[in-house]
Every structure is written in structure tokens, then in C-alpha cells.
Design a protein around this ligand. Structure first.
Ligand code: GAF
Length: 385
């Protein structure tokens, strides 16, 4: 049964009536362009066939009654009073935060609802389970009250909820791809202008995700440190964001920046070169040059490992194994915020088993951890079902 079908069924069981609105928003995997979003730069993710479904209906009393089916937990709050964080679990923040900022944007929104949330994005794996929940909540509210909000608006409201309500200082990539993803396409997003370029995934190429199952406590702290270092680098170059620094401009002042702060210089080098790699990756994909795209993915991984310093040995090892199996027919790299989580690989369909086997044979033996292996489909962004 799909997440949508389960959400509808659970709604009937919990609320003893038929839902009238059902929406679904996907998680994502980023093919290239890491930590570039909050530098106003470029990313190239796709939405995946794992996501969050919400099924529900309106109430007339302004109360939101929310049931998280996977956690078997309820939350309840009123749209007729200030919406504040609850101590009942982090998940409530993604719901309350989105509802709060939608109401701020559309003060006429006072409709209550009862709803069921059901999802299958692996949690804490760097595949954006939270963004998919935020975008699904946004779409549900938009449908509930017929609000004049585009999918891009919903993505930005989701990011606002995550930044200001939940307190996670993320960029806009995850919510944008959950809202705007296109089936069978990778989406290059200019995170400043929000312009996009969709390029088809060749039909003989698989999008593979392997979860290292490494979980790191320091992710949020390290993420904020990287953001601050990037801001310092932008100030050094006298620009709004590192997006505005070309590779040539970076090289001209690199030695000066290294002398000032070696770590900041390394972080800047990753961002400046990664932005260019995304632009090059779009072109490689458009001309069907899988080897070229794979090469760029490999360079991106090396840059995350050596300059941005956000990989861990287990993830480096997974990438090495995938690269051995894939050779020059595609590529592999860490994906997401870092310090654990997943790798992504693009490989011809006939190499998928080779990638699976080499990892199954070696990863657990070497690290003591068991991987999770997914072959994904580039999927449509948020939908009304
Ligand atoms: C996390 C963040 F939420 C994104 O905004 C992005 O910065 C990503 O890490 C790194 O590319 O997923």
C-alpha cells in the first residue's frame, strides 16, 4: 500500500469519517551542489519516491488535530490563539511552524482541520524527511482554505518554519525540490533567483542511494559553523554571498585568505568550485556525458572531504566502493548535510547489482555497520492526490 493509501485508511480509523483532502510531498536526494544553497548558489537535486502523505478534512472550530501515524502520537493546537512550540516532540514543530507562517502570510486562514501524517522517508538519513513534511503540511493548508500560495511559496514557508520555529538554520534546497521536483528529471536550482533547469535522467541510468547508517550528534553545530565560515569568507571578498565570487577571483586572493584563516579559505574553495561543478554538471547531463558527470561528482566528494571537511570515513569508504563498481560509466559522492547519512550514485542500470554487491561484501566487514540500499526514481514534487 502507498503512503497515500495508508494515510487515508488511518484517517478513517482515527477520525471515523472520510478524508476530503490528501496531499503528498517527496523527500530528495542531491546529485551535486552541497552547502551551496545558503551561499545563494546552485544545486542539482531530484525528488525521490519516498515521501510524506497527509490526509484530512476541515473542522469549523479553528482547532488542528494532528495524528502522526508512524509515531502513533497526537498534537492539537488552535488557529484562534498564538501558535507556539510544543514540548511533545520535534515533529510537532514542522507542523505548527508551517501553519503559523501560513497564517502570518494569509491572516484569513483560521480553518481548523483533523489530519493524519504518514511517511516513509528514512529519518536522520539526509533525505529531507522534515522538508517533505513541511511542504506536505503547507499544501494541505493551501488546499484546505484555497489559499493563494504557489508551491514555491510553500517551500519558502517550510524553510522559514525550519529556521525560525524549529531552529534549524538550513538553506532552501530541500523544500524547493520537494515542492518543485519533476518526474524523471534532475532540477538545477539557482538558490538566489529560484530559476530552475530540468534535465531528464537518461532512461538507462539508476539513481542509487546508500545509507551509511552513521549518525552524528554534532550535525547541527557543524552545519552552523560552516555557514558562519562561509559568511566570513563572503565578507572578506566584499560580496553578499560566495555565489558572487568566481574561481579566478578566489584564486587571486586565496593566499591572503589562507594567511588570515586557513579553514575559512578551505570552506570558500569548496563553495566556489562546487558552484562551477553544478553548472558543468548540467551541461554534462544535457550532452549525455555520464563519465563527465561522474568525474564532477567525484571532485565534489573530494572537495567535501578535504576542503569542507563534512564527510566521515564510513561515507568515504562507501563512495570508494561505489566508484570502483561504476568506473567511468557514472559517479558517486556523499549527499546532504554531511557527518554521516547517505551517498548517491548515478550508474547504468546494468551496474546496479555490481554496486550493491561490492558494498554488501565489504562495508559491514570494514565498519561494523549495515548499509541500506535504495534504487530511486526521480519523482514529481508535491501533489494533491
Ligand atoms: C541540509 C540543508 F537542509 C540544506 O539546506 C543544504 O544546505 C544541505 O544540508 C547541504 O547541501 O540538507
Amino acid at each position: 500500500m502507498t503512503q497515500v493509501a495508508i494515510a487515508k485508511k488511518v484517517f478513517q480509523q482515527i477520525f471515523h469519517s472520510e478524508p476530503t483532502i490528501t496531499v503528498y510531498a517527496p523527500g530528495r536526494v542531491n546529485i551535486i551542489g552541497e552547502h551551496t544553497d545558503y551561499n545563494d548558489g546552485f544545486v542539482m537535486p531530484c525528488a525521490i519516491n519516498y515521501g510524506t502523505a497527509i490526509s484530512g478534512k476541515a473542522r469549523t472550530d479553528g482547532i488542528f488535530k494532528v495524528y502522526a501515524a508512524d509515531l502513533e502520537l497526537f498534537d492539537e493546537f488552535s488557529l484562534l490563539a498564538p501558535i507556539v512550540p510544543s514540548s511533545e516532540g520535534k515533529w510537532t514543530g514542522y507542523v505548527r511552524g508551517v501553519v503559523k507562517y501560513i497564517q502570518q502570510r494569509c491572516p484569513e486562514f483560521t480553518t481548523g482541520a483533523e489530519l493524519v501524517i504518514k511517511g516513509d522517508v528514512p529519518l536522520s538519513a539526509g533525505l529531507s524527511s522534515s522538508a517533505s513534511l513541511e511542504v506536505a503540511v503547507g499544501k494541505f493548508c493551501q488546499q484546505l482554505a484555497n489559499l493563494p500560495l504557489t508551491n514555491t511559496d510553500l517551500a519558502l514557508i517550510g524553510q522559514q518554519a525550519e529556521n525560525q520555529f524549529v531552529g534549524a538554520n538550513c538553506g532552501n534546497m530541500d523544500q524547493l525540490i520537494s515542492a518543485l521536483g519533476q518526474a524523471e528529471h534532475l532540477l538545477m536550482i539557482d538558490c538566489r533567483s529560484l530559476d530552475t533547469i530540468a534535465t531528464p535522467v537518461p532512461s538507462d541510468v539508476a539513481v542509487i542511494i546508500v545509507n551509511s547508517n552513521v549518525k552524528h550528534d554534532l550535525v547541527a553545530g557543524e552545519y552552523n559553523t560552516r555557514r558562519a565560515q562561509c559568511e566570513r569568507a563572503a565578507a572578506f571578498f566584499g560580496v553578499k554571498a560566495l555565489r558572487d565570487v568566481s574561481i579566478a577571483q578566489f584564486k587571486e586572493k586565496e593566499a591572503e585568505l589562507i594567511a588570515l584563516d586557513r579553514d575559512v579559505a578551505k570552506r570558500a574553495r569548496h563553495i566556489v568550485t562546487e558552484n562551477q561543478r553544478v553548472l558543468d554538471a548540467v551541461q554534462a547531463l544535457q550532452r549525455g556525458d555520464l563519465a563527465g558527470l561522474g568525474e564532477l561528482m567525484g571532485q565534489s566528494h573530494d572537495s567535501m572531504r578535504d576542503d569542507f571537511e563534512i564527510t566521515v570515513p564510513e561515507v568515504d569508504y562507501l563512495v570508494e566502493l561505489a566508484q570502483v563498481a561504476i568506473g567511468k560509466s557514472g559517479g558517486a559522492r556523499m549527499t546532504g548535510g554531511g557527518f554521516g547519512g547517505c551517498i548517491v550514485a548515478l550508474a547504468p542500470l546494468d551496474k546496479v547489482d555490481d554496486v550493491r554487491e561490492i558494498i554488501a561484501k565489504n562495508y559491514e566487514k570494514q565498519t561494523g555497520l549495515k548499509e541500506d540500499f535504495y534504487v530511486c526514481v526521480a519523482s514529481q514534487g508535491v501533489q494533491v492526490c
